[in-house]
Design a protein. Structure first.
Length: 255
């Protein structure tokens, strides 16, 4: 009969004693590597956030003076005509500036607040153009959502600056804002003039394509806040120009 010899118990103890420091060292190294990876990830996230904030600040810095310049032109037109509506226009402008100075620096605002700002701007333009101006603003806000400040106003302003203000005939603007739990849609359509009887081109009285500070800023805001979850179109068709935004919201699951 063959007998199998077993290693002495103290041999196992010796192996464990010699491997113990190695295991501890490897575990410590692994923990350190994980912590460094986490710190690097947090640092990269901070840099992305800082870059985003810097880009947003730059966009706001462009929008504010651009908007103020165009709005002051509207007020100037009233004062030239010595209109009795000039004081009311100053009040409307004051309310808009208050929003831009104190609320537009927030990361987001309620859609309803942005709609109210559009109403204030339209009231100012109605004072300038009088009863001949045909403006409609359709709203269907079914869900409380938040959007970046001054996301919509550049498109409305664009419709007056490059459309209504350059038309010899009475101008018109149609605005639509719809929002539910799944998506937001905003569309501005306005008439544009045809110079010398020819068909209007992409560059006539509009900021189509990649042109126009207002439209560029809207594109960049959407790209920063809704990457891969938005559509933006600005195009001219005949005697009208349409700019539209569509934002797809993430699905809310019940808790």
């Amino acid at each position: 009969m063959l007998f199998r010899s077993e290693p002495p118990a103290h041999a196992y103890d010796a192996v464990l004693l010699s491997a113990g420091p190695i295991i501890v060292t490897l575990a410590a190294v692994a923990v350190k590597l994980v912590r460094r990876a986490q710190e690097s990830e947090r640092a990269a996230l901070r840099l992305r956030q800082e870059k985003l904030q810097a880009e947003l600040s730059m966009l706001r810095a462009q929008v504010h003076p651009h908007f103020l310049f165009n709005t002051l032109n509207s007020l100037y037109a009233l004062t030239l005509r010595k209109s009795d509506r000039a004081p009311e226009a100053v009040l409307q402008l004051s309310a808009l500036l208050d929003y831009m100075l104190h609320e537009s620096t927030a990361e987001s605002v309620a859609v309803e607040r942005e709609a109210a700002v559009i109403e204030q701007y339209l009231a100012l333009e109605r004072l300038r153009h009088g009863e001949e101006l045909a403006v409609t603003f359709e709203q269907a806000l079914e869900a409380p959502r938040r959007v970046p400040p001054l996301l919509f106003l550049p498109l409305v302003e664009n419709s007056f600056k490059h459309g209504v203000n350059r038309c010899s005939a009475p101008g018109w603007v149609r605005i639509m804002l719809r929002c539910d739990s799944r998506a937001l849609e905003f569309t501005v359509t306005n008439g544009v003039p045809s110079e010398s009887g020819r068909v209007p081109s992409e560059t006539d009285c509009t900021s189509g394509g990649n042109g126009g500070l207002g439209l560029r800023n809207v594109r960049e805001l959407l790209a920063l806040h809704y990457p891969g979850a938005h559509d933006f179109h600005a195009a001219r068709e005949g005697d009208r120009f349409t700019a539209s935004i569509r934002i797809r919201f993430p699905v809310m699951t019940p808790e």
